[in-house]
Design a protein around this ligand. Sequence first.
Ligand SMILES: NC(=O)c1ccc[n+]([C@@H]2O[C@H](COP(=O)([O-])OP(=O)(O)OC[C@H]3O[C@@H](n4cnc5c(N)ncnc54)[C@H](OP(=O)(O)O)[C@@H]3O)[C@@H](O)[C@H]2O)c1
Length: 334
Amino acid sequence: MSLCVAVLGATGAVGRTMLRVLEERSFPVGELRLLASERSTGVRIEYRGQAHPVAVPDEDAFRGVHLVLVASGNDLSERWTPVALRMGARVVDNSSAFRMHDDVPLVVPEVNGERLSARPRLVANPNCCAVPLAMALAPLRGAGLTRVVVATYQSISGGGAEALARFERELDSPTAARGADDPPPLAFNVIPMIDRLEANGYTHEEMKIARETRKILDLPELPITVTSVRVPVRVGHSHAVNVTAERALTPDEARDLWRASAGIRVLDDPEHGRLPMPVDVAGTDDVVVGRVRRDLSHPGGLDFWVVADNLRKGAATNAVQIAEQLTRAEVASR
Ligand SMILES: NC(=O)c1ccc[n+]([C@@H]2O[C@H](COP(=O)([O-])OP(=O)(O)OC[C@H]3O[C@@H](n4cnc5c(N)ncnc54)[C@H](OP(=O)(O)O)[C@@H]3O)[C@@H](O)[C@H]2O)c1
């Protein structure tokens, strides 16, 4: 079986990674339609040795498409996802447009992949921090999680292709003059605010991570507090996590639970400098956990550090895994 696949936002940071992951995993792509803005008119992207033209989306672009992978912002998803669904396609959406809709599953296959067995037409792919966080927390649920405190260290690519390009320019000319209204520099800086502020003082990014993690874990009441920080790293988001649980987990128990979990790798040998770090994790699909230790300030507390590639497991790989599972379910139902 081969499918007609459209990638909306194919020229962006996630879209280009999506194409690489589809190719690496030999996803059954028969026909490929690449969609982006007018800015990308004339751009061609290589896929399996063939240069594919990029087009601007219109209704015709979704005709006959089996699967749409959305790798663009919310406005585009809100505009084109309903069109694609109406035309009979399935949609896996990387934007946050539909993630918190009650009737839209928000899926990390290793955690709640069973949500795909009903073969939903629209599946939301979670935020790039919610994916690794949910994966690291899911194996600990049996201890009765009572609170989660997270600080994220999010790479520049999390802000998309334009942010990455600005970062490179700033690295090249660190002393370039900055206007009063310019955004803070990304290079040589740490910015404790990602996305807009909400009325409660948290940023939208922080609230998304908390809400989405609760939805994926199916723990709607779990207290989660997040501080999201942009750091001058190209790819790979890191997370300092503190959990408290009804039953205290020892570091050894937690490591064993993670080792038994698909998609998680434990790398916890700080004495020999073997630690999860974005430079090593970027380009891979693992969620890597380390620096596991008892929280000395709380009897049921545990501290650990989690790293994942935000463009791969945090976005493209997770979306392609969802598409693979949907495709398998489709074939099985025939
Ligand atoms: N970056 C991450 O780590 C990450 C992780 C998880 C989820 N996400 C989500 O994934 C989505 C894509 O993120 P990204 O980082 O890849 O962003 P990006 O690099 O800015 O890419 C955006 C894509 O959307 C296209 N686009 C923008 N305006 C358009 C228009 N009017 N018509 C058609 N196409 C248009 C762009 O095309 P042009 O190149 O032609 O402008 C580009 O292909 C976002 O919803 C983001 O929140 C991102």
